[in-house]
Design a protein around this ligand. Structure first.
Ligand code: AMP
Length: 417
């Protein structure tokens, strides 16, 4: 038996309905705030991620699906989408368009992760980017859209963790502070963090190893070392979040796993997932496009992990989606079968979701199956009904049965709610 690759999943019905509903909700919210969809390739030149996400990050260092194509070019399955959006912006001359540009994406990403709950090798992200606005207002909008989406999905227990990563000019000063504090404890750090101390000391701050966390807790927050412009910027974001009533928590250890962030960075955590399993991450990346060879165009955005989001989806939303009403049409006999698809077409056109029993089951077996499938109602079309021009409709929720004229079924369906 051939099995799916480790770390990948088959999303089966009815769970796939949740995915579709979450994505439809996200699209609605994004469109309402003026965003449009961008679709970029799932593989890109490896160089793109090395230069944007950063050589010394875990993603580039050990998690990329990189392969040579038949001509020997190095390609990589995208581990995230912001770098591709930036590349597409440069390549397609989007600078010509009016800014800011609000672009969203929904699709699969790939990282060679060690297996654990909520961590997959192919996973999906739902993301939004605002390009061409340097203001704190754009960061607030990103967080507002995120908050609206989560609210629409029924969440009320999510926490936004926020930090100021400073400007790139502040970084060497901060890196020096981290090294100075942690170098004396080098031997106590985990193997990864010993390497990070040389290559990318900021990442030590969000290491999950308890001893590393203890040591990191003694390092001052980046905000304390950052320059005035970034502090003013993030303070303005916080003020506006307060005005909107969006709860957040300042987390001075929050650094994120990608090199391109500066100033505002944030993560959304769910109490259900436990620490270390983040639902959504994002922040500002004003140098990304220029680092990739484009002009100095600022950007800000977020990416939600869709797999994890579905895992912790509030019961209410889950129930509403899974309880989607359906009518099963059971034709009995050859003549009825010949009419069934005509009725299905007409009812579907009139807004009734219809599923025709096409397997030739007996009425008894069909009713049993409808029950098991949790259908809302069954419409039975036998010889008597054909002669009378009606169907026997059985409401499986109410347990009632009545005859309804064929043309009146859509009306009956709407009335039953
Ligand atoms: P990042 O691009 O690392 O900022 O990740 C953004 C979000 O994508 C995270 O908060 C997770 O929810 C999700 N995510 C990242 N990696 C994985 C993975 N391997 N499996 C499932 N979700 C992931």
């Amino acid at each position: 038996m051939i099995q799916r690759p480790r770390g990948t999943r088959d999303i089966l019905p009815p769970e796939s309905r949740l995915w579709a509903a979450v994505e439809a909700t996200a699209r609605d919210v994004f469109h309402a705030f003026g965003a449009e969809e961008i679709r970029t390739p799932v593989f890109e030149a490896t160089e793109l991620f090395v230069r944007s996400v950063g050589e010394a990050t875990d993603i580039v260092h050990k998690e990329m699906y990189t392969f040579p194509d038949r001509k020997g070019r190095s390609l990589t399955l995208r581990p995230e989408n912001t770098a591709s959006v930036a590349r597409a912006w440069i390549e397609n001359g989007l600078s010509e368009r009016s800014h800011p540009l609000r672009l969203y994406y929904i699709g699969p990403m790939f990282r060679y992760e060690r297996m654990q709950r909520g961590r997959y090798r192919q996973f999906a992200q739902i993301g939004l980017e605002i390009l061409g606005a340097a203001s704190s207002l754009a960061d607030v909008e990103i967080l507002l859209v995120l908050h609206e989406l989560f609210t629409r999905l029924g969440f009320d227990d999510l926490v936004i963790h926020l930090n100021n990563l400073g400007d790139p000019e502040d970084r060497p000063r901060y890196v020096a502070v981290v090294r100075e504090r942690l170098e004396p404890h080098r031997a106590e750090l985990c193997g990864d963090c010993q390497r990070r101390l040389d290559e990318n000391p900021l990442r030590i701050l969000d290491c999950k190893v308890p001893r590393c966390q203890e040591l990191a807790a003694a390092v001052p927050g980046i905000d304390e070392v950052a320059g005035e412009p970034s502090r003013t910027h993030v303070a303005a974001v916080e003020r506006q979040l307060e005005a909107l009533g969006i709860a957040y928590r300042r987390n001075p250890r929050l650094v994120r796993g990608l090199d391109y962030y500066l100033r505002t960075v944030f993560e959304v955590v769910s109490p259900q997932l436990g620490t270390g399993t983040v639902l959504c991450g994002g922040g500002r990346y004003d140098r990304l496009i220029s680092d990739l060879g484009g002009p100095a165009i600022p950007g800000t955005g977020f990416a939600i992990g869709e797999d994890r989001l579905i895992d912790v989806l509030p019961d209410r939303f889950r129930h509403d989606v899974l309880a989607t009403p359906r009518l099963i049409l059971v034709p009995l006999g050859e003549t009825a079968e010949e009419r069934a698809m005509v009725l299905a077409r007409d009812w579907v056109r009139a807004g009734v979701p219809v599923e025709v029993e096409v397997s030739g089951r007996s009425l008894k077996a069909a009713l049993k199956r409808a029950d098991r499938e949790r259908a809302s109602a069954v419409a039975i079309l036998g010889d008597d009904e054909l002669a009378a021009g009606n169907v026997a409709v059985r409401d499986l929720t109410a347990g009632t049965q009545e005859h309804v004229a064929i043309g009146a079924v859509p009306e009956w369906w709407r009335r039953r709610g």
